[in-house]
Write a protein that binds this ligand. Structure first.
Ligand SMILES: [Zn+2]
Length: 193
């Protein structure tokens, strides 16, 4: 039997997204005329956390800035690939690295993640202390070969990523790289020295 996914059927979420998009397109206005390069010339690297809305916390409209997101807002090779394209081909001149309080990346480490995945790919549960699989079937050892980029010290994770970006051989030396922690409790951006 093949282990490949079958074609999914539309779900309630699928319908909600399509409906919301239909409304959005109705009031799209003249945004079809926006230029490809970001008008305000900057890029944000931040976490995928659902509580963070960079457009709102940083005051962005369509066309303003690049927003690169991943789990943790980490300066992974792929995030750096995007930042380099953002500057080299699309002219951004300032970069913001924004991690946040209560980040899920503080709640596990790479070994835990790989161990969970080895037993099961289904969603695990967290009891406030540790993660557990509900069932142990259908796992894969591939997780042991991934860099999960977790961290234990939030401010240090921002410093590490700012440094990695600043020191990257493909990163321009004249682009300021700012580090911040977004406070999920207040909505404020706190600079990291
Ligand atoms: Zn996060």
């Amino acid at each position: 039997m093949s282990d490949r996914h079958s074609e999914p059927k539309p779900t309630a979420t699928y319908d909600e997204v399509m409906s919301a998009n239909s409304d959005y397109a109705t009031s799209f206005g003249d945004k079809g005329d926006l230029a490809l390069p970001p008008a305000r010339g900057f890029a944000i690297l931040t976490c995928m956390d659902a509580r963070l809305d960079p457009a709102k916390y940083a005051g962005l409209a369509e066309g303003d800035a690049h927003v690169i997101r991943n789990a943790g807002g980490r300066a992974s090779d792929d995030a750096i690939r995007s930042l380099v394209i953002s500057h080299k081909l699309l002219g951004t001149k300032e970069w913001f690295v924004i991690h946040h309080t209560d980040c899920g990346m503080l709640l596990f480490d790479g070994n835990t993640m790989a161990g969970l995945l080895e037993k099961s790919r289904a969603t695990a549960t967290f009891d406030g202390t540790k993660w557990a699989n509900q069932k142990e079937e259908g796992g894969s050892p591939e997780g042991h070969h991934m860099a999960w980029l977790t961290f234990t010290d939030l401010a240090q994770s921002v410093r590490d990523d700012v440094e990695r970006i600043r020191n990257h051989p493909l990163a321009p030396k004249d682009v300021p790289v700012w580090g911040f922690i977004y406070d999920c409790g207040t909505g404020k951006l706190l600079p990291v020295e």
